[in-house]
Design a protein around this ligand. Structure first.
Ligand code: NAD
Ligand code: 6OD
Length: 486
């Protein structure tokens, strides 16, 4: 059984509490290891180490040197690729093929892309005349914002953490990361990678624990933290925003969603079904960009429902290392209880259960895991909680529509606004839809296919701000306008 430590000032440490919490396998419910919980004193130390590193070697590095070090981090992640896959698969139960294809490569890419980006930031400058005719030059410089708190969820642990740590470090900041209590391993492994890549002590710190009354709250309330970047539930975002109000710290939030897919009758049916199936069931439905509401134009409705049902029933839950496995478990039995409560609610609200709706029979070795059936419903009223609230499981409701205007009204009828997918062969209509859907990301005949230089984030209750490419600069740097009388 393994022991997971905090990582503070370049060293693995148990912390001041002497307290540990369990790291449970979602696949079989077994105890994977125990994690040292960080207390308020440990968070203090981590923030102090990050502050010292900011004013030390890291802060004075030239951009090319910093960028080279982040390339070394990416290379080291790739060198230890199998260790990262093992750690991510153990913590999440997801199929190893998914971790190999998505999570770990993106972990490395998130350092490369921002290392390259900061080497090419254009500077803004203007020249004017003073009243006496003298020339005056104004130019803006970007400085690191300071010590950044990075608070992460459990669904794509390394991918989502490095999506924030990459740009934060590239811009010259230092970080204290609070990984999800469910998935502590890859953030800890990244500490070893930082060390091996020569990143100075204190630049990257990890504190383990929970939210309220634990490391999450200690970190986000800490006055030594200059800004907070967070991915997780909207209600948690709201709590963190209150914590950030003291000291008027900036926040960048990637929050929940209830994303629609809209399938027009002229869509390539095969492509629409395949893309929607991925967006509903990938990572066992635990992707913030995933689809939970599907609207299909009436002439295609019955064929689409039948085809998606076939896809759902072809998914194979099982051992993550078996190449035939295409569906992992949910992250925990506790999360499964939440998802199952929506499965029951759907039936109470009069849904037709097209497929699924319960717990699959699993071999006895896996029976203790958080397995759940992929599920499709039709026939729910638009007001049902199942159609309105984020479930974060492998499920969707499919409803017919009769006109483009109705599809837009239904898709936008939500407090969220993260993503929408539109499936049509009519490109004019596709562009028109992108202009009226109230979302941060509009996929056209695609899903989860995005250039990392583009803005990522959500509208309405799905987030605050955008990260990605130069958009990350807005959050991770402070601008100083320099006004020079020549
Ligand atoms: P969560 O909000 O429960 O937890 C996220 C992190 O916040 C964890 O590390 C947790 O310990 C910490 N936390 C909880 N309460 C806190 C508090 N009061 N103060 C400080 N930290 C606190 O989210 P989750 O269950 O881990 O992840 C699933 C959620 O994340 C879903 O709602 C999903 O939509 C969302 N998500 C959004 C995106 C996006 O890009 N928009 C990406 C992935 C996940
Ligand atoms: O691809 C990304 O950069 C990103 N932030 C994806 C988020 C997925 C949510 O689960």
């Amino acid at each position: 059984m393994r022991t997971v430590l905090n990582f503070i000032d370049g060293h693995p440490v148990a912390g001041s509490l002497g307290r540990m919490f369990d790291n449970i396998s979602p696949g079989d419910g077994s105890l994977l290891g125990r994690v040292y919980e960080a207390g308020a004193d440990d968070v203090d130390q981590a923030v102090a180490a990050a502050r010292a590193a900011l004013h030390g070697h890291w802060g004075s590095l030239d951009i090319p040197e910093r960028a080279a070090m982040l390339h070394a981090v990416a290379a080291e992640i790739e060198r230890r690729f199998d260790d990262f896959v093992e750690a991510e698969v153990a913590d999440t139960g997801k199929p190893a093929s998914l971790a190999r294809h998505l999570d770990i490569p993106r972990g490395a890419a998130n350092f490369r892309i921002f290392a390259d980006m900061v080497r090419n930031v254009p500077a803004e400058s203007f020249e004017m005349r003073a009243p006496d005719g003298a020339r005056v030059l104004n130019y803006a410089i970007r400085r690191p914002k300071g010590v950044i708190a990075v608070v992460c969820p459990w669904n794509l642990p390394l991918l989502l953490m490095t999506w924030k740590v990459g740009p934060a470090l590239a811009c010259g900041n230092t970080v204290v990361v609070k990984p999800s209590e469910e998935t502590p391993s890859t953030a800890t492994l990244l500490g070893e990678v930082m060390k091996a890549a020569g990143v100075p002590d204190g630049v990257y710190n990890v504190v383990h624990g929970f939210g309220p009354g634990s490391a999450g709250e200690f970190l986000t309330r800490h006055p030594g933290v200059d800004a907070i970047t967070f991915t997780g539930e909207t209600t948690t975002g709201s709590a963190i925003m209150k914590a950030a109000a003291d000291g008027v710290r900036g926040v960048s939030f990637e929050l929940g969603g209830k994303n629609p897919a809209i399938v027009f009758a002229d869509a390539d049916l095969e492509a629409a079904v395949e893309g929607t199936a991925r967006s509903v069931f990938a990572n066992c439905g635990q992707v913030c960009l995933g689809t939970e509401r599907v609207y299909v134009e009436r002439p295609l409705f019955d064929r689409f429902v039948a085809a998606l049902k076939q896809r759902a029933e072809a998914l194979r839950p099982g051992d993550p290392h078996d190449p035939g496995t295409s569906l992992g478990p949910l992250i925990s039995r506790q999360h499964r209880e939440k998802v199952l409560s929506y499965y029951r609610q759907a039936v109470e609200d009069g849904a037709e259960v097209v497929t699924g709706g319960g717990i699959p029979a699993m071999p006895s070795a896996l029976a203790g895991g958080a397995w759940i059936q992929p599920t499709i419903w039709t026939g729910l009223d638009d007001s049902s909680r199942v159609v309105r609230e984020e479930i974060f499981g492998p499920c969707c409701h499919i409803r017919p529509f009769d006109s483009e205007a109705e599809a837009v009204r239904l898709a936008n009828d939500t407090p969220y606004g993260l993503a929408a997918a539109v499936w049509t062969r009519d490109l004019s209509r596709a562009h028109r839809m992108a202009g009226v859907l109230n979302v941060g990301i509009c996929w056209i005949n695609s899903w989860f296919l995005r250039d990392l230089r583009t803005p990522f984030g959500g509208a309405r209750q799905s987030g605050i701000g955008r990260e990605g490419g130069v958009h990350s600069l807005e959050f991770y740097t402070e601008l100083t306008n320099v006004c020079v009388r020549l």
